[in-house]
Design a protein around this ligand. Structure first.
Ligand SMILES: *[C@@H]1O[C@H](CO)[C@@H](O)[C@H](O)[C@H]1NC(C)=O
Ligand SMILES: *[C@@H]1O[C@H](CO)[C@@H](O)[C@H](O)[C@H]1NC(C)=O
Ligand SMILES: *[C@@H]1O[C@H](CO)[C@@H](O)[C@H](O)[C@H]1NC(C)=O
Ligand SMILES: *[C@@H]1O[C@H](CO)[C@@H](O)[C@H](O)[C@H]1NC(C)=O
Ligand SMILES: *[C@@H]1O[C@H](CO)[C@@H](O)[C@H](O)[C@H]1NC(C)=O
Ligand SMILES: *[C@@H]1O[C@H](CO)[C@@H](O)[C@H](O)[C@H]1NC(C)=O
Ligand SMILES: *[C@@H]1O[C@H](CO)[C@@H](O)[C@H](O)[C@H]1NC(C)=O
Ligand SMILES: *[C@@H]1O[C@H](CO)[C@@H](O)[C@H](O)[C@H]1NC(C)=O
Ligand SMILES: *[C@@H]1O[C@H](CO)[C@@H](O)[C@H](O)[C@H]1NC(C)=O
Length: 809
């Protein structure tokens, strides 16, 4: 290949990458719902860590496990406590625990960890019990919660360390658990506690410093043509074994075991014969180390093949702030385990092992497979009958070669800002008789993001602030039948409805919200829950994918509000938009107003500095919102400015419509006003509301320029520049939007303490996130052909110093 064509190829690829990365959506929630005191919540004085929840729709309660307490709360109103039971550590246990060097008041307590249904009246509960995990049966009968006091051994079922992640699941009478089995937390196991207990091998190829996240059951034996078994799927992250790197890299995994597994006869005695794991792929649209899975939700479908796991990922390097949601179909995961190739370790140098694709012969029955018709035909009815060859193979090679790819090729959602922590998903039947998967995602600062992916378009309907303080959401549960969401944190639990259509008070707002739960009722003229309409009803409208408001009745013209102008005073005309995605457009005397040394446009309205008689007239505030490339204008407010004709023109205390310094506070911008007057020159960064298209274009230009530059100096250190250069791109793009801001701010000025005001409105209003479904990222494929080349200056590379071989063309 000639130098030139090589260059053009590289440059073309880079351009492609940056084009698609720049073709981004703004993952800004359309609406921010601030904390409302009226949400139903629960907490008890002196009790913390409300982190375990069991929904019992059948009993009408939510069981909530906290530190040394378990509550039965009314599922309709969790403020109503139906019963409680306390399970405190004994003084002796606490003393033992402190002797071993643990903190008495923090670690040497009993944190409720497992809470599972056994039968109608009985639950199985485990707690950390001062680093001495222990389990018990608990009944809820006649309005009372009671622990049976059986104090079963909890080792391997429940973590010792309350800060360690774990997962557990009850299937029939068997408890599946994934946690550490020792005091130090250094021996991870995936355990089944049953008549025939099984566990994983203590080998780092099976589990290497894992963080267990989630487990669920898929009834794959149902309607299975090959006589397959039911499975338990496990999600976790662990140290990667498939990458060569100068330091530890974590990867996200899905693993599974068969329900009917009984272990091997000689090899893998009392160990899983069906433990297989694969890497989970969820590529972010920017170079980064593989993101780490934090939580998973299984959206079950009647046909298990169509069930989907939704997973939340966060970055493993603090350099990145982008969290993502990726979805994986059960069938895709199953295909990789049932048909995929294995990875195998090979020694490359002394004491160095590399995992590569296994190309040799695979024994029959297939290693790791459940007992199915193939095995049965060979006379093997139980895993105990499996030949040593099959078992030895799987004991040494539990990792699949191929990674599980997301259902949509890339993330369903990418969001910058506060990290996402937990997820639940509701399948909602909309007016068009289609089902939409609505994701509710908890954040580390006490918000829930309600999001949908409409055919590739990431859309956050709203973000709801559940907790007044920015506490991480540590548990999220959904009751679809009740239409309620339950969230737990260290300080309490809260309940919120999955939707509140009455938040949208006009037809246009209701339609543009694109909330599958809500439709506009033409007869009552209200935004109402969709389930209230019969399918034949044509009195309701909804337009989820398009956001087409053409069926909405023409809104009544907005009545003009009279405002009085006092010459030489500042005048504030408030105008609050309904959507974070909308831009404001002020008009006066057929002119569009821009921020300059006379006008000051900000998120709360318009400020006319030092008004004069020539400012008398009609002012209109329009909201301009882009949905799917279409623009919707609507008038939000109209003001008629009139000259003040009362006594004392110099009287500066006319309330309401005149701003000298602090009357701004009526609109909740207490500190804004004094500074307002002192920012006549346009040196402020661009206001986030208006950085969409322009900055995107400029970013593109800069990226193109940079890339051409790169292309010229590329040879020689091509890969090094690949990763670094893209990062440069990213930084430059940010810088360019700043300079863009300076250029533009003459038009659209910025309120100095705007950031604090944004914080008031939401955790990150207006902050865009780059996201797309085009799989544009430098990808972290791991097919064994990967090396990380250690680089000279390690400290400067933190988190980014890896090189992707496959970026080679
Ligand atoms: C329990 O809650 C307290 C209070 O916020 C917190 O300091 C502690 O870290 C929590 N413990 C665990 C194990 O999460
Ligand atoms: C929920 O229960 C609390 C405590 O009993 C009560 O004050 C509140 O009014 C209830 N809310 C509703 C909507 O029933
Ligand atoms: C529920 O399970 C417990 C514990 O296994 C058992 O003692 C009890 O009899 C069961 N109750 C019912 C109604 O099946
Ligand atoms: C396996 O099951 C079949 C049918 O249930 C039976 O005929 C056969 O003898 C069993 N084989 C063994 C090895 O147990
Ligand atoms: C729904 O929203 C309306 C308007 O914001 C509010 O008054 C009402 O309290 C909300 N209802 C619930 C259950 O949150
Ligand atoms: C919006 O809906 C109207 C009526 O249903 C239809 O005529 C129009 O073509 C739609 N517009 C778009 C852009 O889809
Ligand atoms: C909508 O806004 C654009 C400018 O963004 C303007 O040109 C157009 O006239 C507006 N349309 C209506 C109906 O107000
Ligand atoms: C302006 O601010 C100063 C200092 O904050 C205050 O003393 C004064 O009363 C304010 N004037 C008006 C008209 O609010
Ligand atoms: C936002 O930016 C566009 C350019 O993309 C510009 O035409 C428009 O006037 C700006 N809006 C405001 C309110 O400054």
């Amino acid at each position: 290949m000639s130098l030139l064509s090589a260059l053009s190829l590289v440059c073309g690829l880079m351009l492609h990458v940056s084009f698609s990365a720049l073709n981004t959506h703004y993952c800004v929630p359309r609406k921010t719902v601030p904390y409302q005191n009226e949400l139903k919540s629960f907490s008890e004085e002196g009790i913390f860590n409300y982190s375990t929840m069991l929904m019992r729709d059948d009993l009408g309660v939510v069981l909530l496990g906290a530190r040394e307490a378990i509550y039965a709360l009314d599922i309709n109103n969790i403020s109503v406590r139906k019963a409680a039971v306390y399970w405190r550590v004994t003084e002796e246990k606490q003393r033992e625990c402190t002797y071993k060097g643990k903190h008495a008041e923090v670690e040497c307590r009993n944190y409720i960890r497992n809470l599972h249904r056994v039968n109608d009246t009985t639950m199985y509960v485990c707690g950390t019990n001062a680093f001495s995990p222990s389990c018990d049966y608990m009944t809820f009968a006649n309005g009372r919660l009671r622990l049976e006091g059986k104090q079963e051994e909890g080792k391997g079922k429940c973590p010792f360390d309350p800060f360690q992640r774990y997962s557990s699941l009850m299937v029939g009478n068997d408890l599946y658990s994934a946690t550490s089995i020792n005091f130090l937390g250094s021996e991870p196991v995936v355990l089944r506690s049953s008549d025939l207990a099984l566990r994983t091998e203590f080998k780092s190829s099976w589990l290497s410093e894992p963080n267990f996240v989630y487990m669920d059951f898929v009834g794959e034996s149902f309607d299975s043509p090959d006589g397959d078994d039911d499975k338990v799927y496990l999600f976790f992250s662990e140290n990667a074994m498939e990458y060569d790197f100068y330091r530890k890299v974590a990867v996200s995994r899905v693993a599974r075991v068969c329900k009917g597994d009984m272990g091997g006869q000689r090899t893998l005695q009392r160990k899983w014969t069906s433990f297989l794991k694969a890497r989970l792929d969820c590529s972010l649209p920017e170079p980064s180390l593989p993101p780490i899975v934090q939580d998973v939700f299984l959206l079950k479908h009647r046909d298990w093949r169509k069930s989907v796991f939704y997973a939340v990922f966060t970055p493993q390097s603090s350099l990145s702030q982008a969290s993502a949601v990726c979805a994986y179909s059960v069938s895709a995961i199953r295909d990789i385990f049932n048909e995929g190739k294995f990875k195998t370790p090979v020694a490359v140098e002394t004491s160095h092992v590399k995992w590569v694709m296994y190309t040799g012969e695979v024994p029959v029955p297939r290693p790791g497979a459940c007992i199915n018709s193939v095995a049965r035909k060979m006379g093997m009815n139980r895993s105990l009958d499996l030949p040593d060859k099959t078992l030895q193979f799987i004991r040494d090679r539990p990792l699949m070669d191929e990674a599980v790819r997301p259902l949509t090729g890339g993330p369903l959602l990418v969001k910058r800002g506060p990290l996402l922590t937990r997820i639940v998903v509701d399948s909602v039947l909309a007016l068009d008789r289609q089902r939409y998967d609505v994701m509710f995602i908890g954040t580390e600062n006490g918000y829930v993001q309600k999001a949908v992916n409409y055919a590739g378009e990431m859309f956050i309907i709203e973000e709801i602030q559940l907790f007044e303080n920015p506490v991480p959401i540590s548990t999220l549960r959904l009751s679809s039948s009740k239409g309620q969401l339950y969230a737990g944190t260290d300080f309490g639990a809260i309940q919120m409805p999955v939707s509140n259509c009455s938040r949208y008070d006009t037809c246009v707002d209701c339609i543009l919200a694109r909330d599958p739960y809500c439709a506009w009722d033409l007869t009552t003229e209200q935004c109402s829950p969709v389930y209230g309409f019969s399918s034949s009803s044509n009195s309701a409208i909804q337009s989820l994918k398009e956001g087409n408001v053409s069926q909405c009745p023409q809104p009544d013209p907005v009545a003009a509000v009279d405002f009085t102008l006092v010459p030489e005073n500042n005048i504030q005309l408030p105008c609050q938009l309904h959507s974070n995605l909308a831009q404001v457009l002020w008009r006066f005397a057929d002119q569009t107003l821009h921020s300059n040394n006379k006008y000051y446009i900000y998120s709360g309205g318009l400020l006319i500095l030092s008004a004069s008689e020539s400012d008398v007239g009609l002012y209109t505030c329009d909201s301009v919102e882009q949905i799917n490339g279409r623009t919707y204008n609507r008038t939000v407010a109209v003001y008629q400015l009139q000259l003040y004709s009362g006594p004392g023109v110099g009287d500066r205390t006319t309330p309401g419509n005149e701003v000298t310094n602090s009357s701004d506070s009526i609109y909740g911008l207490n500190t804004a006003a004094p500074e307002l007057v002192t920012v006549p020159d346009s040196e402020d960064p661009l206001s986030p509301e208006n950085q969409s298209d322009t900055s995107r274009v400029t970013r593109l230009e800069v990226a193109v320029g940079l890339l051409s530059l790169l292309c010229l100096s590329l040879m020689g250190v091509i890969f090094w520049i690949w990763s670094q250069g893209r990062w440069e791109c990213f930084k430059l793009a940010q810088r360019s939007s700043e300079s863009e801001g300076k250029r533009q701010s003459a038009e659209y000025m910025h309120i100095p303490n705007r950031t604090s005001e944004i914080k008031l409105l939401g955790p990150e209003s207006g902050r865009p996130c780059s996201a797309n479904n085009n799989h544009s990222a430098v990808d972290f494929k791991g097919n064994g052909e990967h090396h990380f080349t250690p680089m000279a200056n390690i400290s400067s590379l933190d988190g980014l110093g890896y090189i992707n071989d496959e970026s080679e063309i």
